[in-house]
Write a protein that binds this ligand. Structure first.
Ligand SMILES: N[C@@H](CCC(=O)N[C@@H](CS)C(=O)NCC(=O)O)C(=O)O
Length: 224
């Protein structure tokens, strides 16, 4: 198998983390987003969305990080994607929640407009409005995650066992490190994220990401 990815990418890190943590035999192929490699015809032929990640398994190609995680977990018979109908439905529910609420309003609403030049809105007013909206919504979703989805008792997003929803959500929430987000107001989120960061592969997978965050340490950000 081959994974086209970028080490800073929020949607690549969950897949890479799952591969690394579970020792899955998969070639890792960096797509240099900073040099625009994803806009080159060779890559557009692989993924017309011009986005990472993409998984190749022989002549089978799959985009969408959530779908890739499910495929890899199913292919390797991982207990991180339970087979029991309702347990699996809860994992899918959580992953859809992350993919919409967190990805849309935290990543694309609050973080990306502040760090990627190609996310700059047409006017300063529109740009500030996007960030203010993202910030308010992100705060709301973090509160839901903290108080309702995790709560004080759960070890992981779907209960006592780690699932691919945790692999998916951990790197998304860690994205806030770029903005120096302070999650102390969300103690259950902090506790869960700490558990994810203790995974043996977390450090290696987040090394380049941390370097990127450090390169922005003097920039002022709107944060949560
Ligand atoms: N829904 C897609 C989103 C993928 C995505 O947003 N990828 C970003 C990196 S996090 C990307 O490739 N961005 C390149 C660009 O915006 O130019 C997934 O989950 O795989």
């Amino acid at each position: 198998m081959k994974l086209y990815y970028h080490p800073v990418s929020t949607t690549s890190r969950p897949v890479w983390l799952f591969i690394a943590e579970n020792g899955i035999d998969c070639e890792l192929r960096v797509v240099d987003l900073l040099k625009g490699e994803h806009y080159q015809p060779e890559y557009v032929a692989i993924n017309p969305n011009r986005l990472v990640p993409v998984l190749e398994d022989g002549d089978f190609r799959l985009t969408e990080s959530s779908a890739i995680l499910k495929y890899l977990a199913e292919k390797t018979g991982s207990s991180a994607y339970p087979k029991e109908l309702r347990a699996r439905a809860k994992v899918n529910e959580m992953m859809d929640w992350i993919n919409t609420q967190v990805c849309r309003e935290f990543a694309y609403g609050l973080v990306y407009p502040q760090i990627f030049p190609n996310h700059k809105r047409r006017s300063d007013e529109a740009h500030a409005g996007t960030i203010a909206w993202g910030k308010e919504k992100a705060r709301g979703w973090l509160k839901v995650l903290d108080e309702s989805l995790l709560g004080t008792k759960k070890k992981y997003l779907c209960g006592e066992q780690i699932t691919i929803a945790d692999y998916f959500g951990g790197p998304f929430v860690a994205l806030g490190e770029i903005l120096r987000c302070n999650y102390s107001a969300y103690p259950n989120v902090s506790r869960w994220l700490g558990r994810m960061k203790a995974l043996k592969s977390w450090g290696k997978v987040h090394e380049v990401f941390h370097g990127f965050a450090a390169s922005l340490k003097d920039k002022a950000f709107e944060s949560v």
